[in-house]
Design a protein around this ligand. Structure first.
Ligand code: GDP
Length: 298
């Protein structure tokens, strides 16, 4: 995902490596190159501006020009600032102190919610928890079936509307699923909601109604990192329309430029909590800002 950005930054740092001392002009030139690299990677402009300003300020404060190994020090500053825009600390999932933890997934159609629900369920199962997958995407004809297939692959039970019993009403299904989880002693409920191809008011209202019905411990916005700049606008629309606690980035295995991943935390103020990088159920992990920064600078 970050191949181009990584290459660009590597070239920038290579130019610094030969230098024993850095002039003010060297620092300015480096800042300019970092700016271009980030813009080419589709990072949102305000994020790029803040990032470059922070790097320059620290380079001055830490007197990089006189450092023993200035290139190394600049790389460290860029690393630290990448960690910062990616959210700093790893944000781990919150579990309810009592009763089942409710996790609700929201996002556009095709973002990877249904796949992700199963991945997360497997991940939870491997930690000794007992998740219940809930099919509240009653919009897309095949979504319930897809969740059932994925649930089976993950070895996780799926709660889906019985024909004639609340079919078409995702709010009722969500509410019933929490009762079912209590009765059957499942400790995490993962609610997969409907998405549309674009943001629309009805979709937002439905997600907000589900949220109000089940008071999730975590509402997660799932976004396809390959949609580039659009991801940021969509993230903002869901923040205004539904609200969420954290972000899940999917399709990090793609060859898009990665700017969305770098922008979303700063723009929304919500941490990226999980990342998915492939279609297999095991292609899922907690998002670690420091590891991602190191990968970009590798
Ligand atoms: P939903 O509409 O949000 O529920 O999205 P789906 O879960 O149906 O996913 C849409 C498509 O993206 C499917 O073909 C998935 O296999 C694929 N997909 C989901 N996550 C990833 C990922 O991390 N990487 C790749 N390459 N494909 C993914």
């Amino acid at each position: 995902m970050f191949a181009t950005l990584s290459d660009r930054l590597a070239d920038t740092f290579k130019n610094l490596r030969g230098k024993g001392r850095l002039s003010e002009a060297d620092i300015d030139a480096t800042a300019r190159e970092i700016r271009i690299a980030l813009l080419e990677a589709d990072v949102a402009l305000p994020v790029v501006k803040d990032f470059v300003a922070a790097v320059k300020q620290r380079a001055r404060e830490e007197d990089v020009s006189g450092a023993l190994n200035p290139a190394q020090q600049v790389i460290k500053i860029v690393h630290d600032e990448l960690v910062t825009i990616l959210g700093g600390e790893t944000r781990r999932m919150r579990f309810a102190k009592q009763g089942p933890t409710v996790v609700m997934l929201a996002g556009l159609q095709g973002a990877g919610k249904t796949t992700l629900a199963a991945k997360m369920a497997l991940w939870l199962k491997e930690q000794g928890r007992s998740p219940l997958l809930v099919a509240c995407d009653l919009q897309r004809p095949n979504a319930v079936n897809q969740l059932q297939v994925n649930g089976e692959r993950a070895g996780v039970k799926v709660f889906a509307p019985e024909p004639g019993n609340g079919v078409g009403d995702p709010v009722a299904v969500a509410r019933a699923s929490v009762e079912e989880a209590k009765r059957t002693l499942h400790d995490v409920v993962i609610v997969d909601t409907a998405g549309r191809l674009g943001v629309d008011a009805e979709l937002m209202q439905q997600a907000a109604d589900i949220r109000d019905a089940v008071s999730p411990d975590e509402v997660l916005f799932v976004v396809d990192a390959m949609i580039g700049q659009d991801a940021v606008g969509t993230a903002q629309a869901f923040l205004d329309g539904v609200g969420y606690d954290g972000v899940v980035l999917t399709k990090l295995d793609g060859d898009a430029r990665g700017g969305a991943a770098l922008s979303i935390r700063q723009v929304t103020g919500r941490p990226v909590m999980f990342a998915s990088a492939g279609e297999k159920l095991s292609d899922f992990d907690v998002f670690h800002p420091d590891r991602m920064a190191s990968r970009i600078l590798d």
